[in-house]
Design a protein around this ligand. Structure first.
Ligand code: SAH
Length: 349
C-alpha cells in the first residue's frame, strides 16, 4: 500500500493513463469510464461515493490514488449580489472565486494560480508571490462550487465562466486547457466553449499556441496601454512581450480561430484616459476585428492610481465608437464593498 503522500491525484491522469493504471491493477477497461464519470460528471470527491464499483476496487483505488475537492473557506455577499469565496488549496494557499449575477448572466470568475508572477502595478494579486499552479481538477472544482453557490443564493445555474480571478492562465496553460476540456466535455459539465473567456496579460507565445490548438473559447487581452512606453510602466510583462509581439500573436489567434478577441482597458485617471490614449488604443486594436471592454479601476490598498471620472469614461467610449466605429462596453465595477472586484483579489480575509 502506498503512503498517502505517494498516491497520485487521480484527477491529474488522462483517460489513457487511467486505463493503463487500472489494467495494471487487474481491472477491465470499462472501469475507467465509470470512474471518470463519477469524478467529472457527478463531482465525486471520494472513492466511497462510487457505489457501482464494488468494495474490492474501491479499496484498491483508495490504496493507490488520492481524490479530494477544493473546500470553500469564507463566503462574502456584496450589496449588489456578487458573491466572493475563498477556496482552500493547501495549508496557507488560498485562491478566490467570484460569482457575478446580472439580469442576463450568472458568471463565475475563477482563479488559475495561487498568487501571480506578473506584478502589474494596478493589481492587488500582483503583490503576492506565485505559490502554485492549480491543477485542472482544482480549477473545475471552483466552477462546481460556484455553481452550487449560484443555486443557493440566486436559484440559477452558471451561464458564463471567466478566467479572470487570481493568476495568469496562460502561464498555467496545460491545467487551464485540461479544465476547459472538463468544463465543456463529456465526461464533464458539457458547457459551451463560447461561454468561456480566458483573460491574459499578454503572453504572446501562448496566445499563438491557443490559435494553433484551435481553441474554441474566447480570448481577452489585458491591454491597458497602447504604447510600449506607457505599458512598460504598468505591466512588466510588456518588456518581454511588447505590443508588436502581442499584435502578431493576436492576429494569428484570430486567423486560426475566427474568434474576435476582446481588449480590456482599465481607465486610470490622467495616465491612459486622454483622447491621444484613445487614438493609440484604436490604432492598436484595429489589427483584428475585436471588442473593447473599458474597465473601471478598482482601488487597491496603497495603490498609486485613481479611477477616471464618469464623464471622461463616457467621452473615451464615445470617441472610440464615433471615430473608429469600434464595439465598446464599459464594465462597471461589481462587488467592490467586499474586495471582489477585478484586481482586488488578494486573499485579504
Ligand atoms: N492575469 C490575467 C487575468 C487576471 S486579471 C490578466 O491579466 O488578464 C482580470 C482583469 O482585471 C485583467 O484585465 C486585469 O488587468 C484587471 N485588473 C487588475 N487589477 C485591476 C484593478 N485594480 N481594477 C480594475 N481591473 C483590474
Amino acid at each position: 500500500m502506498k503512503a498517502p503522500s505517494d498516491r497520485t491525484d487521480i484527477r491529474t491522469l488522462s483517460s489513457e493513463k487511467l486505463a493503463t493504471e487500472l489494467k495494471a491493477l487487474g481491472e477491465p477497461a470499462f472501469r475507467s469510464r465509470q470512474i471518470e464519470s463519477w469524478i467529472w460528471d457527478k463531482g465525486a470527491y471520494s472513492f466511497e461515493q462510487m457505489t457501482n464499483l464494488g468494495d474490492g476496487l474501491r479499496e484498491k483505488l483508495n490504496e493507490n490514488f488520492a481524490l479530494s475537492r477544493v473546500e470553500i473557506g469564507e463566503t462574502q455577499v456584496s450589496q449588489d449580489g456578487t458573491v466572493k469565496c475563498s477556496f482552500e488549496i493547501a495549508a496557507n494557499q488560498v485562491v478566490e472565486g467570484v460569482l457575478i449575477p446580472t439580469s442576463k448572466r450568472m458568471t463565475a470568475c475563477i482563479s488559475s494560480q495561487v498568487g501571480c508572477s506578473l506584478a502589474c502595478a494596478f493589481c492587488a494579486t500582483g503583490r503576492l508571490k506565485l505559490l502554485k499552479n492549480l491543477t485542472g481538477g482544482e480549477i473545475v472544482d471552483q466552477v462546481r462550487r460556484l455553481a452550487e453557490l449560484a443555486q443557493e443564493h440566486h436559484g440559477k445555474g452558471l451561464s458564463n465562466i471567466v478566467y479572470m480571478g487570481m493568476g495568469e492562465p496562460l502561464l498555467n496553460y496545460r491545467s487551464v486547457m485540461e479544465s476547459i476540456d472538463r468544463i465543456t466535455g463529456t465526461p464533464g459539465l458539457g458547457m459551451s466553449p463560447s461561454r468561456i473567456t480566458v483573460s491574459t496579460a499578454g503572453i504572446a507565445k501562448m496566445i499563438r499556441r491557443m490559435g494553433d490548438d484551435e481553441t474554441r473559447v474566447n480570448l481577452a487581452i489585458s491591454l491597458h496601454a497602447a504604447t510600449d512606453e506607457k505599458r512598460d510602466k504598468i505591466m512588466a510583462i510588456n518588456e518581454t512581450n511588447n505590443l508588436d509581439a502581442l499584435r502578431d500573436a493576436v492576429q494569428h489567434f484570430y486567423t486560426q480561430t475566427n474568434t474576435r478577441p476582446t481588449f480590456e482597458y482599465v481607465l486610470l485617471r490622467d495616465f491612459n484616459d486622454s483622447v491621444e490614449d484613445a487614438r493609440a488604443l484604436a490604432r492598436f486594436a484595429q489589427c483584428v476585428p475585436c471588442k473593447i471592454n473599458l474597465i473601471e479601476y478598482n482601488p487597491i490598498d496603497g495603490g498609486q492610481f485613481h479611477r477616471s471620472d464618469a464623464d471622461t469614461t463616457d467621452d473615451f467610449k464615445f470617441y472610440l465608437e464615433d471615430h473608429f466605429n469600434m464595439i465598446v462596453n464599459v464594465r462597471r465595477s461589481r462587488g467592490e464593498d467586499i474586495d471582489a472586484a477585478c484586481g482586488q483579489l488578494a486573499g485579504k480575509s
